[in-house]
Every structure is written in structure tokens, then in C-alpha cells.
Design a protein around this ligand. Structure first.
Ligand code: GH3
Ligand code: MG
Ligand code: MG
Ligand code: MG
Length: 298
């Protein structure tokens, strides 16, 4: 049995009753409205899976109601079928132009109406599923599986974009490059799986420490990057320090296992290619490594 909600709109009570009975008998939930304006209101509240819309109604006719609904983002994708005694070719054109997906003539034949309703409801569900899958795929394409942070490719895209914004509007841009200290020995002494858990933990701390406007990603194996816009290099350095400290103090969940990270902070120079900015941050990171690790260099 169907469990979808159908909004039926008609100014004649008897029509609503007949329609309601036919649809309810098939298991559809039914919502009603008696004019075009009310239909918009109910549609926004109920978010039905389909709307069966009469054309001739007082206050606002079906065409105008449909046109308006197609301009309201939260309900624009709900399919509308016109159910009307007006079925000249001009009426059909007007209805489709208003955004309807189908027409059923009044008086309607039950089986025909039900088949058309079922088809449109199924189409709507298919489209929604495709959209969900698409969003899922897009998300997967820009995120790192292990840590949920943005991946290398996306970080470079964002960095390039931030650089362009910087050139156009004169906003500042700085990056932090992090690398986990002696991570090879974590793997060697604790195993690769523990190593993975440590990377997750480090990522979580980075996520929890950065501000909403910062962009954090996993740059490589045990390397991380944070992009900061519209902030001074001093602020970026302070953020890097907070992250370093939070990680150094964190409980990894494994007794006796502590990790530290080192970092380099660089600010974009006018006209500098992003690769060069990253290289400079990388060089500063290696200064941190060479001077004892668990350190940030600016
Ligand atoms: P340093 O302080 O100089 O950075 O030393 P390090 O041991 O961290 O540096 P090195 O580059 O020699 O080792 C990095 C290690 O990170 C080697 C690699 O196997 C490990 N690694 C990279 N990606 C992953 C991952 O996804 N999971 C785990 N468990 N290990 C990883
Ligand atoms: Mg009517
Ligand atoms: Mg490394
Ligand atoms: Mg390392």
C-alpha cells in the first residue's frame, strides 16, 4: 500500500470527497485545499509527494497557483497534475507552461487517475534518490575516507580559489602545513591500525580547533593543511600553536602513546603561485622538524 501524501485542491467539496476516497482506498494520505492560495500554504506545511490541482477556483486559479509554487524552492519539485474539465489544447499548453507534469480530464476514470498518480510519485522518488546519490558522490570526491577532512585535490582547488579571491579583493591568505612527528615509529611500534586511529584523532582535533571560516584538509599520509583567509599571519600562527598544543596534550586512547606534530605557517605574497606558497610553508615545517619537532615555525 502506498504511504505517500497527495494534496488535492478543488473548490467543490463533493469533488474533494470523491477524490479523497479514491486515493485513500489505495493507501495514500490525503491533504486538502479549496483554492489556489490555500494550496500553496498547505503544500509548504505538508510537503506532499504530489498535488492534484483543479483549474477553475475562486481567489486564485490553478494555473497561477502552480506558477507560484514553482517559484518556491522548498516545494518547486513537487509534481503537479491538473485535474480539470477544461481540456482544450490551449488549456493543456497553459497548464504545462505553468509547470504541471500531467493532465487528467474531469470527470476522471479511476484507474487512469491512479496510474498517472503512481507514475509521477515514482518519478519523484527516483529523482530524489538520484539527487541523494549525486550529493553522496560529490561529497566522496572531495573528502578523505579515513579522516573525513577535505582531500588533497579539494584543498588545492580551495587554495587556488582563495588565491584568486585574494588577488581580486586584496584579502589575506595564509596556510599551515602540519606533519605528524615520528609517525613511522607509531606504525612500527603500535601497528598500522593504531596509526590510522591516531590520524583520525589528530584530524578531529584539527576540526575542533579551527574556526568556521578555516579550511582543513588531509594533504597526504600524515600531513595536514589548514587554509586561513582574511586573518593576520600572527592569528594563523596562534591557531597552529593551539592545534599543536591540543594534539600534544591529547589522550590518544592508547596508554603510553602520545603524538606531536610540527608545522610551518606562510602567508601568500601578491601574485605568488599557490604551489610556491605551499613550498614555503613546507620549508618552514622542516625547520620545525630540524629544531626538535612539536613546534610551529612562521
Ligand atoms: P617525521 O617526524 O620526520 O615526520 O618522521 P615520520 O616517521 O613521521 O616520517 P616518515 O615520512 O618517514 O613516515 C611517515 C609514515 O606515515 C610512513 C607511512 O607509512 C605512514 N602513513 C602514511 N599514511 C598513512 C595512513 O593512512 N595510515 C597509517 N597508519 N600510516 C600512514
Ligand atoms: Mg473548480
Ligand atoms: Mg610526512
Ligand atoms: Mg611525519
Amino acid at each position: 500500500m502506498a504511504k505517500e501524501t497527495i494534496l488535492i485542491v478543488d473548490d467543490i467539496a463533493q469533488n474533494l470527497q470523491i477524490l479523497g476516497e479514491v486515493l485513500s482506498a489505495q493507501g495514500y494520505r490525503v491533504a486538502v485545499a479549496t483554492n489556489g492560495l490555500q494550496a500553496i500554504d498547505v503544500a509548504q506545511k505538508v510537503k506532499p509527494d504530489l498535488i492534484l490541482l483543479d483549474v477553475m477556483m475562486p481567489e486564485m486559479d490553478g494555473y497561477e497557483s502552480c506558477r507560484r509554487m514553482k517559484n518556491i524552492p522548498e516545494i518547486e519539485n513537487i509534481p503537479v497534475i491538473f485535474l480539470t474539465a477544461r481540456n482544450t489544447s490551449e488549456d493543456l499548453v497553459a497548464g504545462f507552461e505553468a509547470g504541471a507534469v500531467d493532465f487528467v480530464s474531469k470527470p476522471f476514470i479511476n484507474v487512469e487517475l491512479l496510474v498517472r498518480v503512481k507514475t509521477q510519485v515514482r518519478m519523484k522518488h527516483l529523482v530524489e534518490e538520484l539527487e541523494r546519490k549525486n550529493i553522496e558522490l560529490e561529497n566522496k570526491a572531495i573528502h578523505d575516507d579515513l579522516t573525513g577532512l577535505f582531500n588533497h585535490g579539494h584543498m588545492f582547488e580551495r587554495l587556488t580559489h582563495c588565491q584568486e579571491i585574494g588577488v581580486r579583493y586584496g584579502t589575506s591568505l595564509s596556510v599551515i602545513m602540519f606533519d605528524v612527528d615520528h609517525f613511522k615509529s607509531v606504525n612500527d611500534n603500535w601497528g598500522h591500525q593504531v596509526g590510522d586511529q591516531v590520524l583520525k584523532k589528530v584530524s578531529q582535533i584539527i576540526k575542533d580547533t579551527v574556526r568556521k571560516t578555516d579550511i582543513a584538509g588531509r594533504y597526504g599520509g600524515e600531513e595536514f593543511m589548514v587554509i586561513c583567509q582574511e586573518t593576520t599571519i600572527e592569528n594563523t600562527y596562534a591557531l597552529a600553536e593551539r592545534i599543536r598544543e591540543n594534539i600534544a596534550q591529547a589522550d590518544t586512547g592508547y596508554e603510553g602513546l602520545r603524538v606531536t606534530i610540527s608545522g610551518g605557517v606562510a602567508e601568500s605574497r601578491v601574485g605568488e603561485p599557490v604551489e610556491q606558497l605551499v613550498n614555503r610553508a613546507d620549508e618552514l615545517l622542516y625547520e620545525s622538524k630540524n629544531s626538535g619537532r612539536n613546534k610551529i615555525t612562521q
